[in-house]
Design a protein around this ligand. Structure first.
Ligand SMILES: [Zn+2]
Ligand SMILES: [Zn+2]
Length: 432
């Protein structure tokens, strides 16, 4: 850590520089919010971020894994602490995601989405603006940095279970890559190699002014179960001439609930939610097929694609056989678990309290069963994933809700937290 006099002066500089760049960061956020683009379509969003970054003298790379951007800031400070042996300069990665969701906005905000059916309902517009604002501030603190900072603006986070075109997802479990995977494949963590990475997400459960940090598991892993029951259709009045797939699917759905309540160890949280179901076209016709899908969440690595998948598939096949129906069923893992690095968690708590004030961090004890493709970065590099409080005093609607409206006051909080943490991690953060 810096000594206290240096810390005070650094915090004062961070505060003043955040004030200086806040209006531009807010403008960027509102522009992105009004023109949401969903995964793999973030052309204008990436262009807006690149325009924002252009005056600051960063080494910017565009089209890194789709619409991804990396921007490198080379610190001007000494690469190692005085009196110590030469060490390679540290490179700290800071990551934001850019994509919106297929949701129609109902906030009524003056800068609400102008595109029907698309909305920044997960706050990625806020993430992009916090990171862009932090980049502006850190560029002005270049001489204070004893390492380098790599800013990663990532597309296509909300695509974890996206099927592969041309592949029947009920027959072959295969899924498309996410933005994080594509950026990693495009070398985003290399040249120079990133030594630690920080992610951040709007968190409606926490009040504005606070930042939550999980001691270990920041986000659950997820998986997908897909089932298509193949029966025999016919007249609704003569069920005895058919194999009705609807009650068979209903039996499967109820039986699958026992995966959580009877099969799983209660000490290890597991979620299995049936989220889509489709059958039939007319009220007097028994359909040929019924389909449903489930999302599965767990924090135990390998559990979903292992035991959970085997048991769920066996259960579905057994029920289909009992009723004389055929079934296509696939089950497999989506995103891995996001696991925080304990030394980075400790440094985050210290750095963020130093800049925001004591009591402004929240150590989160309850597991989050949501998932994040940031997990792919976390598998390769020590990480910490921060949860930025965005609830105004009258509360905040949940993520993915059409009325989700994070408190914009959180922008300055997020910028200050990221900047101070980045400065500290460049210095001594990885050896604490
Ligand atoms: Zn989301
Ligand atoms: Zn999100």
């Amino acid at each position: 850590m810096m000594d206290s006099s240096a810390g005070i002066s650094l915090n004062a500089k961070i505060g003043a520089l955040t004030d200086k760049h806040l209006a531009a960061a807010t403008e960027l956020r509102r522009a992105i919010h009004a023109h949401p683009e969903i995964g793999f379509e973030e052309t204008e969003t990436a262009a807006a971020v690149a325009r924002f970054l252009s005056p600051f003298g960063l080494e910017v790379r565009r089209d890194v894994g789709g619409e991804g951007i990396t921007a490198l800031l080379r610190g001007g400070g000494c690469g190692q602490a005085a009196g110590t042996a030469m060490e390679p300069r540290r490179v700290i990665g800071l990551r934001a995601d850019l994509d919106a969701l297929a949701v129609t906005e109902e906030t009524g905000l003056p800068f609400a989405s102008r595109i029907p059916g698309k909305m920044h309902a997960c706050g990625h517009d806020m993430h992009a603006a916090v990171l862009a604002g932090a980049a502006a501030v850190l560029c002005e603190l270049r001489e204070e940095l004893r390492g380098d900072i790599k800013f990663l603006f990532q597309p296509a986070e909300e695509t974890a279970s996206r099927p592969v075109p041309g592949v029947d997802p009920f027959k072959v479990f295969q899924r498309g890559k996410t933005g994080a995977q594509l950026m990693i494949e495009a070398g985003a963590l290399e040249d120079p190699k990133v030594d630690a990475i920080v992610g951040l997400h709007c968190w409606p459960d926490l009040p504005t002014g606070t930042v939550g940090v999980d001691p270990r598991t920041a986000m659950a892993g997820n998986g997908v179960l897909r089932v298509r029951v193949l029966g025999k259709g016919g007249h609704g009045a003569t069920p005895h001439h058919t194999i009705d797939p609807v009650p068979i699917a209903a039996s499967m759905i109820l039986a699958l609930q026992t995966m959580v309540s009877r099969y799983n160890d209660p000490a290890d949280p597991l979620v299995l939610s049936i989220t889509t179901i489709h059958a039939g076209t007319a009220v007097n016709v028994i359909p040929e097929q019924a389909e449903f899908q489930a999302t599965i969440r767990s924090v135990k690595p390998g559990y979903i694609e292992g035991e959970v998948s085997e048991r769920a598939v066996a259960m579905v096949r057994g029920i289909a056989a009992a009723y004389g129906a055929q079934v296509d069923v696939t089950c497999g893992a989506g995103l891995p678990v996001t696991v925080n690095d304990p030394p980075l968690v400790r440094r985050s708590l210290e750095s963020i309290e130093a800049v925001l004030g004591s009591g402004r961090t929240v150590t989160l004890d309850a597991l989050a069963m949501t998932s994040e493709d940031f997990a792919y970065f976390a598998q390769l590099v020590p990480c910490v994933y921060l949860k930025l409080g965005v609830a105004a005093p009258d509360g905040c609607m949940p993520l993915h809700n059409p009325r989700f409206a994070p408190d914009e006051g959180a922008l300055a909080v997020g910028i200050k937290a990221l900047v101070r943490l980045a400065v500290d991690l460049c210095g001594d953060g990885l050896t604490s």
